[in-house]
Write a protein that binds this ligand. Structure first.
Ligand SMILES: *Cc1c(COP(=O)(O)O)cnc(C)c1O
Length: 367
């Protein structure tokens, strides 16, 4: 008979997630939306922070609309969310229709094929099924093109069997307030909607909420800002930080001037140096691009990341902080290591950094 081995995972790194900050951020976004309905986007495990925990906290705070990307994500959250609306942004795959209707989950219909699929399912069930309709105004990803909208306008029977709760579009450059494309998309959206029976509209993502009242609608759809990512490019972040990643020092080693650290000798000590080793690496989502450019924080002091980020280990120069001891926890993300700054050091987007947070961390959620 085998025995289950459970390693105390907290030994290597801990990710703390502040659910109170997520809820506070949702309230801030709702206020920015003039108090109007504001959904929570929970795709990719709530951007890596834990969709089950975030969903429960947001629902309790009064959020009544949620979005995921995948049906499976929505099905997992359905029992937690009472009568709240859950929309699936990637839309229905053939064969999944009953899973949507059985769980009261709304597909976002983004093509004429999606519309036919959902209308046929309603026909079989003998009732009008709810859904959201997605109009493409510039992304060229999902959503109906103008020609598709014209086809719908020419054949009203296509939509007759569907109860469209919201018609939505997605901004492609909301994080560039000066870009004219944002206004252009609004224009294309209202021109297309004018061809269809009137429905409530859904426009803004996180950054879209801060583009002004023209971008407000019947339902906003912020994601990133809920999890602390600054939705106002170049201005102070109005969001509260949500994640804190810390790891204890596994070893301290003193090396001679001239010695190298890590794979391929990419860093060499210019003086006798003390190196702290953490049990976190690129397999945990710490970007390898942080090699020789990242940092950790301890006691308000910045500790440069030296050498290559390895799969499971990372090394820091702590020579100037001789007080650090084995077991002390260094901060890799948190109040001193803003997600957006760390992502910028790695040359990637903060969305990417959050959604790739490792699966091996000991995760704790607090309110
Ligand atoms: C991801 C997504 C959102 C949320 O965007 P954020 O920039 O994270 O606020 C809203 N709508 C759609 C269609 C999306 O794909």
């Amino acid at each position: 008979m085998g025995r289950t081995l459970t390693e105390p995972r907290a030994a290597y790194a801990t990710l703390e997630i502040d659910l109170g900050a997520i809820v506070a951020n949702w309230r801030t976004l709702k206020a920015a939306h003039g108090g109007r309905p504001t959904a929570s986007v929970l795709k990719a495990d709530a951007y890596g922070t834990g969709a089950v925990q975030a969903a429960a906290a947001l629902h309790e705070a009064g959020c009544a609309h949620f979005f995921t990307a995948h049906l499976a994500e929505a099905v997992a959250l359905r029992p937690l969310l009472g009568g709240a609306m859950i929309g699936v942004l990637n839309g229905p795959l053939p064969g999944t229709e009953a899973d949507y209707s059985d769980s009261r989950i709304m597909p976002v219909l983004g093509s004429l094929a999606d519309i036919r699929l959902w209308a046929a399912h309603g026909g079989r069930l003998g009732r009008k099924l709810p859904a959201l309709l997605h109009l493409d105004t510039g992304m060229a990803r999902l959503g109906l093109a103008l020609a598709d909208v014209q086809a719908l306008a020419a054949d009203p029977a296509l939509l007759a069997g569907i109860d469209i709760l919201y018609t939505m579009t997605h901004l492609i450059a909301a994080d560039e307030p000066a870009s004219g494309i944002n206004r252009e998309q609004l224009g294309r959206f209202s021109a297309a909607r004018a061809l269809l029976p009137p429905t409530p509209a859904s426009i803004a993502n996180s950054s879209g909420l801060f583009l002004g009242p023209a971008f407000h609608s019947d339902l906003a759809r912020p994601g990133a800002a809920l999890y602390g990512i600054n939705p106002t490019a170049g201005r102070p972040n109005p969001m509260r930080p949500v994640v804190r990643l810390t790891a204890p020092v596994l070893q301290l080693r003193d090396i001679a001037a001239g010695a190298s650290v890590g794979y391929n000798e990419t860093w060499r000590a210019a003086r006798p140096s003390r190196i702290a080793v953490l049990g976190v690496g690129y397999a945990d989502g710490l970007p390898r691009a942080l090699s020789n450019t990242g940092a950790a924080f301890f006691d308000g002091v910045r500790l440069p990341l030296v050498g290559r980020v390895s799969m499971d280990l990372t090394t820091f120069d702590v020579t100037d902080h001789p007080g650090i001891a084995v077991g002390d926890r260094l901060e890799l993300l948190g109040p001193h290591r803003d997600v957006a700054e760390v992502a910028a050091e790695a040359g990637e987007s903060p969305y990417e950094l959050l959604t790739r947070l490792g699966r091996r961390y000991a995760r704790t959620w607090f309110a």
